[in-house]
Design a protein around this ligand. Structure first.
Ligand code: GLU
Length: 472
């Protein structure tokens, strides 16, 4: 077993569409495992299938990884760029007698399967070329197949599932190189993992049976088998395979919905892994705690409420500067207008009172209207209602009290309290039009927070605007 500082993990996505949330979770587990042990985390783009791989999908993966803060060591490796090496290893397996050239045509294979089916036998293809003398080889296209053992068992000692035994009668002589010389996924993944020095393969448990087949190549080449950890799938809240029906399944969709990356990491880490009862944790804690012991054996269910809840906690806990930077890139990816420098300053000054109450960036921005909007504030429908004639009268009466107050939390609170006492008005009756005047909204941070953030002159100006409004 590798020394812990020698840990090398990887994520090996196929660039055939958007980046799935399951891929992000697998990447995170690999990142946590390696980085938490001072090891290396690599990225390999499995773009060998030229018909399905697109540069746009590769870009989406890189963007998704960067957004989630899952930095990888070195350059992303293109699997396709390594096809010569895949062919070389296939030739080596031939030379070792661990693989063979198979000249069977598609029709012959289909006929074999039909006959096996009719006789009620296993339909695993048994090539007649497995032990054929090379002198009998025709001058015809061929594939290279592994010579899989036909007796005994192959055991994968999985770190999550425990030892899993496969009967070798169930393993076929899988193809390593196709007749056009291109490698199969089964072959390329082994050669690449070996050459990249991958010590731990952490991936979805849909690949568990592949591990048994892939182990044959390691054995035939005399290479060390990596340590395997196959993690259960992600299901939707109803226990069915996570799909569009349940909500977003693409990483970038979450970015565009305005979830903070730290909250996303925390939630994805909890999706199939746990550390006691801890729900909210930092990256440092996750890096410290993450281990195979905590990975659940059964599938995890996606819980949107929990995601929101954790995201809210991460927004509240974030440093204001970092939060501003993240909000600006959120606005950027959603194609929103850029925030002018003075609006950015306003947002930063308001951050303390905004970040306590938002689970996503759009929620935070919505509550930030009082620093993002401009005078004269056009109140929304509810705020306009709150500025009825009686309320405008209250604002007019309140104004001199605020003008005379010292502009501090205590000073402002005392002025409003005194005004409430002398007029016999309930605080809510005063706060409601005040909020509508300051924010143009009925939902916002507290009126005192807002007055302190925007300052005396601006506050009094907005109150004057609202008090002077005529009915619309
Ligand atoms: N390209 C494979 C996939 O996307 C990688 C599987 C693996 O991690 O070995 O599922």
């Amino acid at each position: 077993m590798a020394d812990s500082t020698d840990v090398v993990t990887r994520i090996a996505p196929s660039p055939t569409g958007f980046m799935h949330i399951g891929t992000a979770r697998t990447a995170l587990f690999n990142w946590l495992y390696a980085r938490g042990r001072g090891g290396r985390f690599l990225l390999r783009i499995e773009d060998t299938d030229r018909a399905r791989s697109t540069p746009e999908a590769t870009e989406a993966i890189l963007r998704g990884m960067r957004w989630l803060g899952l930095d990888w060591d070195g350059d992303a490796v293109s699997q396709f760029a390594r096809v010569d090496r895949h062919a070389e290893v296939a030739q080596e397996l031939l030379a070792r007698g661990a693989a063979y050239r198979c000249f069977s045509t598609q029709e012959e294979i289909a006929a074999f399967r039909d006959a096996a089916k009719a006789e009620g036998k296993s339909t695993l293809f048994r090539s007649p070329w497995r032990d054929a003398d090379p002198s009998t080889h025709p001058d015809a296209p061929y594939v290279i197949r592994i010579k899989a053992p036909r007796e005994g068992e192959t055991v994968i000692d999985d770190q999550v599932q425990g030892p899993v035994t496969f009967r070798n009668t169930e393993l076929d002589d899988m193809i390593l190189l196709r007749s056009d010389g291109t490698p199969t996924y089964m072959h390329a993944v082994v050669v690449d993992d070996h050459d990249m020095g991958v010590t731990h393969v952490i991936r979805g448990d849909d690949h568990l049976a592949n591990a048994a087949r892939q182990s044959l190549i390691y054995a035939a080449m005399g290479w060390d088998l990596p340590i395997y950890a196959h993690i259960p799938l992600i299901l939707g809240p109803d226990g069915k395979k996570l799909s569009k029906r349940h909500g977003a399944t693409g990483v970038e969709e979450y970015q565009k919905m305005g979830y903070p990356a730290a909250g996303m990491r925390n939630y994805l880490a909890r999706l199939g892994w746990s550390h006691g009862d801890d729900e909210f944790f930092t990256d440092a804690q996750a890096l410290d705690w993450f281990d195979f012991d905590g990975i659940n054996k059964s599938a995890a269910r996606f819980d949107f409420k929990k995601l929101e809840n954790l995201c809210g906690q991460h927004i509240a806990a974030a440093e204001n500067d970092a939060l501003l930077a993240e909000i600006l890139s959120y606005l950027d990816v959603t194609g929103a207008e850029k925030l002018a420098p003075e609006k950015q300053d306003g947002l930063l000054r308001a951050m303390d009172c905004l970040k306590e109450r938002a689970k996503t960036f759009p929620e935070l921005i919505d509550k930030a209207y009082f620093v993002l909007g401009d005078r004269p504030f056009e109140p929304d429908e509810k705020a306009a209602k709150a500025l009825d004639p009686v309320s405008r009268g209250i604002l007019i009466e309140l104004t001199p009290h605020l003008q005379n107050a010292s502009w501090s939390r205590d000073g402002l609170e005392a002025a409003v309290a005194e005004f409430a006492e002398t007029t016999g008005l309930k605080l809510g009756k005063i706060a409601q039009p005040l909020r509508a005047a300051l924010a143009g909204r009925t939902v916002s941070p507290s009126v005192f927070d807002m007055m302190l953030v925007i300052g005396r002159e601006e506050s009094l100006g907005r109150i004057e605007d609202a008090a002077g409004r005529t009915e619309t």
